[in-house]
Ligand binder design. Structure first.
Ligand code: HXC
Length: 263
């Protein structure tokens, strides 16, 4: 059903759910430039596809989601190359963050540095009990360069983001849940099934309405309240033009289950 294999990632599509697996198990799924380029291409393709409504992003193996950017590639990189890597990730992760589909990171182990950062570009993070999150960059003499200084502070607040980035502390799944970095913690063996069940629940709602809500939340978080509220009103108005709105409200009044189809 339109899945594919690239050098460093796999995508399988079933029942309108795409499972994207970062697949470099020998280096614990570390992100090198080739993987970033493949992710960018994969996210562009998914955003265009109407047959995919939820994306689950995970890492291969049982130990690691993504152990960060590839240190063996960065060790000899020049300042210009470092910046280029950051910009490549910026573009790819923005595609992930803003695609109309709902994205769930299934964090199956280490989510370090770039791994924590790519999970934060997803809408929702579900952590396996063995997940570990950290931003270890300052211990390597660099700083988070794939969005960590921006997305971590937006997700967990400025104080906690600074503590995690300055100490490089690894936190477990429970602590990530406590501070709002993980939405849910589940046993490793149930991780993908749990994400698929969550996907099914999300897909029973209005997918187009969800994509508008996602846009309102994402854009609104980066703007002032009044502009965010105006955007919300605009998108709210737009939703009134859809078949789903007619069906959703009529079904409620007729006391039956709504059959929502727009995407
Ligand atoms: C390259 C990596 C890697 C990484 C692991 N490996 N993480 N290679 N880049 N980020 C490789 C190891 O070198 C090793 O290769 C193999 O994967 C298995 O890892 P081990 O260290 O042997 O496993 P273990 O002892 O279980 O420790 C797991 C670990 C540790 C705790 C996850 O590997 C680790 O600390 N990794 C680095 C985490 C990190 O600092 N990430 C942030 C990167 S900076 P060999 O060949 O020896 O088998 C970053 C910046 C983003 O992400 C922004 C950039 C612009």
């Amino acid at each position: 059903q339109g899945g594919f294999t690239m050098n460093n990632l796999l995508m399988e599509v079933e029942n309108e759910i795409a499972v994207v697996t970062i697949n470099r198990p020998k280096s614990l799924n570390a992100l090198n430039s080739e993987t970033l380029a493949e992710l960018d291409q994969c996210f562009s393709e998914i955003s265009r596809r109407k047959d995919i409504r939820v994306v689950i992003l995970t890492g291969s193996g049982e130990k690691s989601f993504v152990a960060g950017a590839d240190i063996s590639e960065m060790v000899n990189a020049s300042p210009a190359e470092g910046r280029q890597m950051g910009l490549l990730a910026k573009e790819a992760f923005l595609k992930l963050e803003t695609m109309p589909q709902v994205t769930i990171a299934a964090v199956n182990g280490y989510a370090l540095g770039g791994g924590c950062e790519i999970s934060m570009a997803c809408d929702i993070r579900v952590a396996a009990e063995n997940a570990r999150f950290a931003q270890p960059e300052t211990g390597l003499g660099i700083l988070p360069g794939f969005g960590g200084t921006q997305r971590l502070s937006r997700l967990v607040g400025k104080g906690r983001a600074k503590e995690l980035i300055f100490t490089c502390d690894q936190i477990d799944a429970e602590e990530a849940y406590r501070i709002g970095l993980a939405n849910k913690v589940v046993p490793q063996t149930e991780l993908i099934d749990y994400c698929k069940k969550m996907a099914a629940k999300i897909m029973s709602k209005g997918s187009y309405a969800i994509s508008l809500a996602k846009e309102a939340i994402n854009t609104g978080m980066d703007t002032d309240l009044s502009s965010g509220l105006t955007l919300e009103a605009d998108l709210f108005g737009l939703a009134f033009s859809t078949e789903d709105k007619k069906e959703g409200m009529t079904a409620f009044l007729e006391k039956r289950k709504a059959d929502l189809k727009d995407f």
